[in-house]
Ligand binder design. Structure first.
Ligand SMILES: *[C@@H]1O[C@H](CO)[C@@H](O)[C@H](O)[C@H]1NC(C)=O
Ligand SMILES: *[C@@H]1O[C@H](CO)[C@@H](O)[C@H](O)[C@H]1NC(C)=O
Ligand SMILES: *[C@@H]1O[C@H](CO)[C@@H](O)[C@H](O)[C@H]1NC(C)=O
Ligand SMILES: *[C@@H]1O[C@H](CO)[C@@H](O)[C@H](O)[C@H]1NC(C)=O
Ligand SMILES: *[C@@H]1O[C@H](CO)[C@@H](O)[C@H](O)[C@H]1NC(C)=O
Ligand SMILES: *[C@@H]1O[C@H](CO)[C@@H](O)[C@H](O)[C@H]1NC(C)=O
Ligand SMILES: *[C@@H]1O[C@H](CO)[C@@H](O)[C@H](O)[C@H]1NC(C)=O
Length: 596
């Protein structure tokens, strides 16, 4: 597939190009699979090619991101497209998932309009009609393991319009095809025209089913608007899971209908609360973009603000914090408090109602035994039950297990079904504990330790299913100033997109990819809020998107020209403030910047 692209001869023909003066002093030539910038000698050169057109015909995989896993074939003929005339032709209006397709085509129309100038939009061009062939039109939620494959065909119909034919197993595969088509619609800025290649065939399917971003909204609040912007960028990159670490010790921004005092006491301000209608809005916004929200209620550690009056939290802001938790302020549930579990049940119930999750995250990381040890009340309780076995660790592991057992009983009661549960790696997921405490048919383990952690092999050997968020490649908050000390923060240095791109699940699992559900790149927001959230995620999250969609056997070097192109798309089409990776000169002179 790639080799064809490398040696492809660039003969682009276009029905609209005429000998009118061009807007630019530059045109592009395809040399060895890379677009190169050249001066225009004659302002009416008819064959002069713009950068955006060159990228489609010359860059590998038609400059698509993430790169398709099957056939990519693009002819060498361009047609002008009319942004005001992009419509659906072939699908029954009554099909349950038709609204997903309508939404995606509407989004395409808006993005196409934004690409060109007003003049380009009003120049006319061909109408485009979408014909859908969807095997199962009843799927209306992008749940785990649905088949997201698609094929896309673009041709010119006998009436001269563009025929965009999409085949997929369900609307979410078809939605991906519309994203792919959108990447092929470009603005030719030499002639100020919106154009699209005429003869296209793409066959595509993702390698992993769980392709996510993890966002913390407790350390700092992130607005609904910023969350939506990032979901848009996810959709444009074919990511499909928004893992929402909504609460933590620092603040409790989740409005629980049954326990409203939690956000009243625990939010940073009355404005920094996610109200039920806002959460439903985000869940729906994500759904029509093929993204499923995974709510997390992290416990028994990572709780504090909001619980002041409950009597269920110990070590709240206990100092010196280093002794009782990993970062200030400390806070942890006291599992011996019986009243705690009804309140947890209320929170789970409220979350299920709003998120309608297909998998739920119970957190479970960084439990501090020294916090529990510092509480006389807890020690007495343990002693009273004779839970003072020969090892202290065993005492507390039992206590932790008691918490997890009682919490999940509440969860199951509220869910009225047995949802799969995600838990972070912890003491409980270690080889000697996990099979005793967390049955593999129920729990998916999200790995946050290093990619080389031997625990990964242990978990795979014990037949657990994993999600990878190994901090050495997927913690996007690493590499900034320290905030509990001088110097840099704990997981420095900064993780470049190349490192994200090299974090292959295939390599990490030693080829046991059937046990890897996928990965999620995490953004912990101690040092991030609305003003920088976009740039921390993007374009590095796009590097993750391609690794998970395509599991490429090639290196970041092959992807470099395309990620520069995709970064431009993200900024222009989704409004996300993705960071620049290189000087624009490198975008305009492909393959001239990275060393060989
Ligand atoms: C443009 O001019 C340069 C220098 O005179 C020449 O080398 C090049 O071949 C010309 N290009 C075309 C497309 O005529
Ligand atoms: C510029 O190109 C046009 C179209 O190819 C040609 O008709 C014209 O003679 C050229 N002019 C010069 C000065 O080379
Ligand atoms: C559109 O293209 C598809 C696939 O190439 C073809 O089967 C179909 O007949 C075409 N439909 C029209 C209306 O041109
Ligand atoms: C364990 O608990 C029993 C019953 O309360 C008590 O008699 C014993 O001293 C405790 N042992 C330790 C090591 O704390
Ligand atoms: C746990 O076990 C150790 C070792 O027997 C004992 O010293 C300790 O008192 C126990 N802790 C609690 C909280 O009972
Ligand atoms: C894991 O699954 C394999 C294949 O089904 C099986 O042979 C093996 O015994 C299982 N291992 C454990 C620890 O359950
Ligand atoms: C996977 O491992 C192989 C062998 O160690 C290495 O050559 C390759 O670069 C790795 N792939 C990625 C994406 O890191």
């Amino acid at each position: 597939m790639k080799d064809n692209w490398f040696f492809k001869l660039l003969i682009v023909s276009c029905s609209i190009w005429s000998a009118t003066a061009l807007n630019s002093a530059w045109r592009w030539e395809c040399i060895g699979g890379f677009c190169q910038k050249r001066r225009i000698n004659n302002s009416t050169e008819t064959g002069a090619i713009s950068l955006s057109v060159c990228q489609i015909f010359c860059s590998n995989n038609a400059a698509l991101w993430p790169k398709p896993t099957g056939k990519v074939s693009v002819g060498n003929y361009l047609l002008p497209i009319n942004a005001n005339s992009i419509d659906i032709a072939g699908i029954a209006a009554t099909a349950p998932s038709v609204s997903i397709l309508r939404h995606a085509v509407q989004r395409l129309r808006q993005q196409t309009e934004q690409k060109g100038s007003a003049k380009a939009r009003n120049k006319g061009g061909r109408a485009a009609f979408f014909y859908f062939d969807i095997a199962d039109t009843s799927i209306v939620d992008p749940v785990l393991r649905i088949d997201e494959s698609y094929s896309l065909f673009v041709s010119e119909s006998s009436s001269g319009s563009l025929n965009v034919t999409i085949k997929a197993q369900n609307a979410f595969g078809a939605r991906h095809a519309i994203e792919t088509f959108g990447q092929l619609v470009v603005h030719d800025d030499l002639r100020d025209e919106l154009v699209v290649p005429r003869d296209v065939e793409v066959e595509d399917a993702p390698v992993y089913t769980y392709r996510g971003l993890t966002l913390d909204t407790s350390r700092n609040f992130i607005s609904v608007e910023a969350i939506k912007r990032n979901i848009d960028a996810m959709a444009a990159s074919k990511l499909n899971r928004f893992h929402w670490h909504i609460t933590d010790t620092h603040s409790f921004p989740f409005y629980s209908k049954s326990q409203p005092q939690l956000s009243k006491l625990g939010a940073y301000s009355p404005k920094k609360v996610y109200m039920p209608d806002q959460i439903e809005d985000i869940v729906e916004y994500a759904r029509v973009r093929g993204v499923k929200v995974v709510p997390e209620f992290d416990a028994p550690a990572h709780v504090g603000e909001g619980w002041q009056d409950s009597g269920f939290v110990v070590c709240l802001n206990k100092q010196p914090w280093e002794l009782y938790c990993v970062e200030p302020p400390c806070g942890q549930f006291d599992p011996t408090e019986d009243g705690l579990y009804d309140v947890l049940g209320d929170i789970y119930g409220d979350m299920f109602e709003l998120f309608k999750p297909d998998i739920f995250h119970m957190g479970g990381d960084e439990i501090s035994f020294s916090c529990w040890r510092s509480e006389e009340k807890i020690l007495n309780w343990l002693n009273a039950r004779g839970w003072n076995s020969s090892s202290e660790e065993e005492n507390f592991t039992k206590l932790w297990n008691l918490f997890q057992t009682k919490a999940i009983a509440q969860l199951d009661f509220k869910a009225k079904t047995t949802l799969p549960i995600i838990m972070w790696t912890s003491e409980l997921t270690r080889k000697e504990n996990i099979q005793k405490y967390l049955p593999k048919d129920r729990y998916v383990i999200q790995v946050w330790t290093e990619g080389s952690d031997p625990q990964i092999k242990d978990l795979l050997d014990a037949n657990y299913t994993l999600i990878l968020s190994n901090y050495d490649a997927l913690y996007l908050d690493c590499g900034f100033a320290g905030w509990v000390a001088g110097g840099n923060n704990w997981c420095s240095p900064y993780i470049g997109w190349q490192k994200v791109y090299s974090n292959s699940p295939y390599n990490i699992s030693a080829g046991r990819t059937d046990q890897i559900l996928g990965s999620s790149a995490a953004l912990w927001t101690e040092q991030v809020d609305d003003s920088s959230v976009d740039g921390r995620f993007w374009p590095r999250a796009a590097a993750l998107a391609e690794i998970l969609w395509s599991e490429p056997k090639t290196t970041w070097r092959e992807a470099e020209p395309r990620i520069l192109i995709h970064r431009e798309r993200l900024v222009r089409d989704t409004g996300v403030n993705a960071e620049a990776l290189e000087p624009e000169w490198c975008l305009q002179n492909e393959n001239n910047c990275p060393q060989n």
